[in-house]
Design a protein around this ligand. Sequence first.
Ligand code: XUL
Length: 515
Amino acid sequence: MLFLGIDSSTQGIKYLVLDSQEGIVANTQINFGEDLPEYASPHGFLENSNPLIKHSDPLMWLDALELGLQKLMSCGINLSEIRGISGSGQQHGSVYLKEEIPDWNKNQKLSEQAAGILSRKTAPIWMDHSTSAECHELITEFGEKTLRNTTGSSAIERFTGPQIRKFAKIDPENYARTTKIHLVSSFLCSVLCGKDAPIDYADASGMNLFDLNTLTWNKKIANFTAPDLLSKLPEAVPSNTIAGGLCSYFSKYHLTPGIPVVVWSGDNPSSLIGIGAGTPGTAGISLGTSDTFFAPMTKFTTDPQGCGHVFANCSGGFMSLICFTNGSLAREKIKDECQCSWKFFDQDFASETIPGNNGKLLLPYFEAENTPLVLTAGVKKNFITATNAEKIRAILETQALSMRLHSAWQNENFSHLRLTGGASKSVGFQQILADVFQAQIETIQSSNSAGLGAAFRAINAVTQESFTSLSDQFCKTISTVFPTQSNAPLYNKKQAQLASMEKNNIHPKKNGVKR
Ligand code: XUL
């Protein structure tokens, strides 16, 4: 049986078809910047003179969805044999509708039909950091600790609740006309079903609105966030819920109308499933537009610094998530500065440098950063001169050390770390991560773990096959890098150096941080 997993991420949409016996049989993707230049979003979001504002055009996602399905038709598999679909979306982004999602008319493009039902032309995405005032208001009303213990997170700029509050404040008329607010995940799931779909518990956790103790929307927080908000939120449901049958519009892509569409989730919760990190002791690191560190949690613990999060885990229980905005785009900036090849950036720099890099570090805040919270972009270095190889080691070691520093609140020991995402193939970065975490670094066959996790969730909901059985079959490790134990003291020292560099360079008041 074939299942389709779709991952709608910041810079594009990826499609993966999994044969439940044979493994992955098709893989394809659409890049928003390259394939849809008319949307003027080279990195998946629109230009804005305010660097804290990051919005995307939801119609671009719909054109990409259709373009990708067309591309998938030419992959040589019979799409009519697909028996279930699920997906994942970049987290926190929100889409505002003034009418119900219709049963689409086959003779008109999705984007043309959807244009008429949006109550807000653009969707704030996870990279938006423009809601500090709203976060401050939430914290003043409920207290930081209460928010954290209720929703799993402090009030966070990119989270959907503060974003909705800002919209209701700056555009009350269009907010009032809004009848439904979707996440990227639930919006695209609704599009496939041709009717409004629910939000799964895991992606609901990234909104500052969902109570992780009761697994329901928190009425008090929702009422404070924006007028009448509860009536505009989709239902929150377990991650294995079938949202509906595929609407007949998609028969033009040879998909069979009526096949189950399983509720979509966030890309990070989906990746946790897709890398097969079901058991405590194994964590995941996704090296994409954002770098994220995530792991199943043995107990509900929150981050006292307010940067890390607890989400519902699609396979039950909870997971942690720490997001670093300056991931691949920051690596690319350094690569551009060095004018070197990817081979040099991913591998050859290592032989021209030494672990620890003679203390050279750099705070790579090319964009506003989530972890630690930095609202004024600016790159800081503790060196004046460095070779290209040293600059590359400086960014990679800083990113690895920052992940270790800011994930320590979980109080868990990780002996295995599974890497996913585009940069996971960098053998230089793999060794640095192994040495910094003193853990085994594993990679699996598919670097699209969010799409694979989505396909697993479709299979699990439709056939009841367990996640353990699926990951045993399809998440076999293809490479393992072992830590060099003698480098442990050196990186412990360097982590302390990074902590004090962050402390000395990040001035909460100057940055407008009110947490
Ligand atoms: C997670 C986060 C990002 C997006 C990227 O909290 O904001 O990782 O999910 O797609």
